[in-house]
Design a protein around this ligand. Sequence first.
Ligand code: FRU
Length: 923
Amino acid sequence: MRLLKAISLILLTFVISCGKPAEEKAITIGFSQCTEGDAWRKAMHREMEREVSFHPEIDLQIKDAKNSSARQVAHIREFIDQGVDLLIVSPNEAEPITPVVEEAFEKGIPVIVVDRKTSSSSYTAYVGANNYQIGKLAGEYIAEMLNGEGEIIEVWGLTGSTPAIERHRGFLEGIAAYPGVEVVADVKGEWEKEIAKARFPEAFHANPGIDLVLAHNDVMALGAYESIKGQARQKDLKFVGFDGLGGPNGGLQFVEDGILDATFLYPTGGEEIIQLAYNILHNRPYEKENILNTTVIDDRNVHIMKQQSDKILIQEQSIERQQHRIYEQIELYNNQQGLLYILSASLVVIIVLGALALQALRLKQEANRALLLKHQEVVNQRNEVALMAKKADKANEAKLKFFTNISHEFRTPLTLILGPVEDALQSNIPADLKIDMLLVKQNATRLLRLVNQLMDFRKVENKKMKLQASERDIVRFVKEVASSFDRLAKKRNISFKVQTDLKELQVFFDADKLDKVLFNLLSNAFKFTKDGGKVTLGLRLSDTYDSVVVSVEDNGKGMSAVQAEHAFDRFYSGDTSGSLSTGLGLALSREYMKLHKGTIAVESEEKRGTKFMIVLPLGSGHLSEDEIVADPGAYAPPLAPGVADTDEDLYGEPYLAGEGAKLKEHTILLIEDNKQLREFLKKRLEREFNVVEAPHGVFGLNQAFETVPDLILSDVMLPGQSGLEITSILKNDLRTSHIPVILLTAKDAMEQKIEGVQSGADLYITKPFSSLYLLERVKGLLKNRALLKEHYSSEVAVDTKAAPTPPKQLDKKFLNEVMAVVEKNLSNPNLNANSIAHDLGMSRVQVYRKLKALLGYSVNDYVVNARLKKARHLLLHTDKNISEIAYEVGFSSPAYFSTAFKNHFDRSPSDFKADRSLKEPSV
Ligand code: FRU
């Protein structure tokens, strides 16, 4: 922009300086003219100007004194003051003008005196004709013309002017030789026609016999001529003048016209004056006195003179025209030159701008090239970074996968460590060994918890961790979780309270996850609180009543500001006193709270304590459909050792000793491919149950049909047929549908649990599990089964509705079919397990075991029972005798019937019949 401005300025200056014509005149010539009112002076000016035009450097300034000597003096002084380079003076009168001319001359201004003279020789040069000589020439000519005889009236120019004086003097000299020629009168014409015209008649009337009028110039001669117009003498009087000017108002014309008889050429000398001035100013040689030639013009030569004069005039006019044209050409040239300059300047500017633009373009191209290279570099770098990031992602992914798999693999060994340890703790071992075992258990438990947390993190990271919220009473839930710490609080003398005004509050939450969060917070609170300290679990509605706030506050060691700030960061290592598990637990807790659309925060002060607060929104509007599951019933916090991480076990009461050897009433089929786990479980179960083993699904299935066990314990992940498939097959087969199935797996994905339940499994236990817990659940299921048996066995007819756990459809069907077969063949004494199994299309063992499992009876017992119950019915409701009834219900002899009846009902059939007659006399 600045460059453009500068170029514009240069261009403007250039144009102005070029466009303006070089009119600055270097030389000023001041011309003080006595008058310019007459043709002679006008001709002089024309000549001067024409000559000046050849010297453009000369500025000719003319001041007209209008016949006033005083005015002329003033003019000359002005020129002096102005500092003209040269002064031209044609003095009106000699005397009055002389001093000022001398002054100019003395001041160093070159002075050219023209035509009329001053009274001094203080001037640089003179141009003009010799007036004395002209006057003398005129005298001699007139004397001759008058033949030496005649009277003359002399019309004078200004008497103070030198031409008038000198012409008069010369004239007198010219006629001196002719005494007969006489000047009889003078007229003061003052060089002006009108003055002469006015004054001449008076002199003429006084001298009417004169022969000739001599006027000092042609115009005064004309004035005198015109003044006697119409008079007889006008024609014969002779008129003679001076100047001999060409043109229509000049003396040549007057002579030609016969007005004047003769005139004497008095050149104006304009051309010569300028040439002289030029020479003086340029220090060229010049003459001081430059006398112009003169000649007489009369009827003899007037014609030729006039012709020449006219020609000269025409030539002069032509010159002037040409001059004018030259001016125009110069003007044009100047203009064109200006234009050329402008064009040249523009061209220069264009070239400069072009060069600049070219340079800018080159620079820009270079910059672009550099930029492109840079861009390419950046793109390459970015691609490299992206590639590296991808590789890093892949590596990370692989690492995490490996990590997860390893973690996963840790679970079974940990279970195998924990199982024997728990067993050992239950047996009678020395106290010091027990403490060691507890230490092993505590650390294996801690390790298991870490593994679980890491796997949970993996799920969170993979977005596979889903919220399984259901609506529950959070007050009860919190109290249940808190109760796990009661014993520890008591042991360590820590004041532990649940503070809440709430009696019940239904909140949507994932019990499993919230349990982990609360358990973690409480574990930390207890861990960092000294014995005798205080831990408070608070539960309240938020101030805005739209969420519930659960707080865990302790008066323990507290955290520094930095520690508090990073409390929820994963693996934050700033806290050297905190364990890895603590950091991970809180980070995971935060993720769980995020899943709940809730928050977790901490306030802590070193040495004063810590307060964690979790906030759960009320209602279910913040949860998506797939985050809400149907109410799965009461939540039992897992008993798995992986969750608890307190020191309770170390100081807690010793485990109860095992129940001791019992009669092995039940058989359990154990399907597990991991030999170690299978043997461990077998060892654990064998104490109380008969155990049948199967290392894979197909064998397991065969065993199930063959042995018809009381309970099946199967891993889900099995080579060949999976646990889920086995369960499904067994549960859909009449022979085995009654057998409770417990599925074991290392995967605790909810989908698998659902699949497990859908397949018909009665229980789903996630590895790692406590063997105690497993035993409890096995016993629980068998107990449930026993209750069912009790119910069924109380009546032959099965009332399924009243059963503790309603039997599955297939089991109901089985019982009905058995009942139908038995009832139909009741009178057949050969009715036994074989014939029934045959009728049902099952093996004897299957019928036997299923019936035994469902009702607790052997087939024979069931048949005998059925015979006796029918007999009792017949005794009560018919008049048939005992023998008849015995045979009808399939007894081979009435004696055997009576014994069996008595054994069963504690009374003989005859007693029973007699009682009935007493109670029912009418029958
Ligand atoms: C013009 C004029 C001429 C004459 C000259 C003398 O003004 O009167 O006619 O010759 O001056 O100075």
